[in-house]
Write a protein that binds this ligand. Sequence first.
Ligand code: LLP
Length: 422
Amino acid sequence: MSTTPSLSPFSQGPRGLTLEGVALADIAARFGTPTYVYSRAALVAAFDAYRHALGERPALVCCAVKANSNLGVLSVFAALDAGFDIVSGGELARVLAAGGRADRVVFSGTGKSRAEMRQALAAGIHCFNVESAAELDRLDEVAAALGTTAPVALRVNPDVDPGTHPYISTGLKSNKFGVAFSGALALYRRAAALPNLRVCGIACHIGSQLLDPAPVVEAAGKVLGLVDRLAAEGIHLDHIDLGGGLGIRYRDETPPTVAAYLAPLLELFKGRTEALCFEPGRSLTGNAGLLLTRIEYLKPGEEKNFAIVDAAMNDLARPALYDAWHDAVAVMARDLPPQCYDVVGPICESGDFLARERNLAVEEGDLLALLSAGAYGMSMSSNYNSRPRAAEVIVDGDSVHLVRERETVESLYALEKPLARE
Ligand code: LLP
């Protein structure tokens, strides 16, 4: 199977590491650090890979907003007529603010509130991916109160092991997601009978950072069996949503290309009239972005050397949370013997590391780029230790657009107030 070369918009030259044509050192000088840097060309290429692989087949590619919810990034996809997969009213608001189309939005998630349902119905989204019987009843009730009909798909849990990190596998019986496969038929009958619902699809998402399409194909086969049983009962679906999940190369993984990942699925659904829907996140934005940070101190130790940088686990949580590996690259090559460092941040936790045991030829003040940080990087950041969140920029050819200003400290406590003294 062919593999994806990590979409590499980066190259090393006399001006150090560059993204498209822009030197990261110039970005750091202009916007400071830490800063998330994305390549527009890489975002577009990643989305196009899905469009090309799907060809003329009726299909909707819904970018998973949770992977990267920056308005600038979303607007790049909106300009390509993308759909969006959301999991909250906040994400819906972002999609609309970025110029995305409501009628291309699918709404996943286990805990949709009444207010979020109202918001999504008013906006006119494409479909609610309903995850429980109780949610189905609530949606019918909310739609009735608005005098409208809600488009629904059931997110079924196919009980397939995706073979990925336990925190990011979602299609097992033991996971909280989706409705049990065994009860799905009965629930569809109930949905079809509810007056304010319009059954239009089926959805399934089994996990993330998948390196092998086989479990998705297995899940899709189960879904297809169910679609046919439903049709036999007169419940006809317009679309089949196979979720997201395609993995990327962080280190030495060999994920299939988008085309190779989709090929067996397209084969399985050949000749069928239902539209196919996908919800990719990581494979669209992951390798289109990096986190640019500066080394504050080098701290040699008896057992370990530390490179203490100005980014931390609050900026990029994945290493601390999943022991995830992100490549750490010196922006300027130096003629020094490399030394082994743990790249850590200023946060008061031993879990505050971004990369461990890396050979780097660096000095204090040097810039480092943490690669493959475009997905679940900024979107999972926090203000822990009262650290203002990073700036975000998009490089487009030789222009650089600031798409999120660095937070100010004052903005962190703008909604708070000290208790008045007696
Ligand atoms: N659709 C649904 C219903 C999802 O739950 C997810 C991801 C996606 C689509 C997008 O999946 P992707 O194509 O990005 O694999 N924070 C973790 C990843 C959590 C994924 C959660 N759901 C990480 O940093 O690895």
